[in-house]
Design a binder for this molecule. Structure first.
Ligand SMILES: [Zn+2]
Length: 92
């Protein structure tokens, strides 16, 4: 996750860009991006935070027991916020 790498591993040369981004306008793989807007995780968000919305609300996720459980299930199933991203492949 970009937040973690930038704060605690700034010299590790971790990959900060998720596979949803390409080209000059890359999006950092931050917790906010993963939870609120990553297109690759749209189905997982709907599955764990509810089918009626694509945008879970951070106050619900972080401020309620139900939201915390949903977040844990989402993280466990997707594994997207648990470790630095693997290196990006070199361009051909
Ligand atoms: Zn993304």
């Amino acid at each position: 996750m970009a937040d973690y790498s930038m704060k605690f591993r700034p010299d590790a040369d971790d990959n900060l860009i998720y596979s949803c981004s390409s080209g000059p306008h890359s999006t950092l793989h931050t917790a906010e991006h993963v939870l609120l807007s990553c297109l690759l995780l749209k189905d997982a968000r709907a599955r764990f935070f509810g089918p009626n919305t694509n945008l879970p609300h951070l106050p619900h996720i972080l401020g309620t027991e139900a939201g915390g459980r949903q977040l844990c299930d989402f993280i466990h199933a997707t594994q997207v916020l648990l470790c630095p991203l693997p290196p990006r492949p070199n361009p051909p």
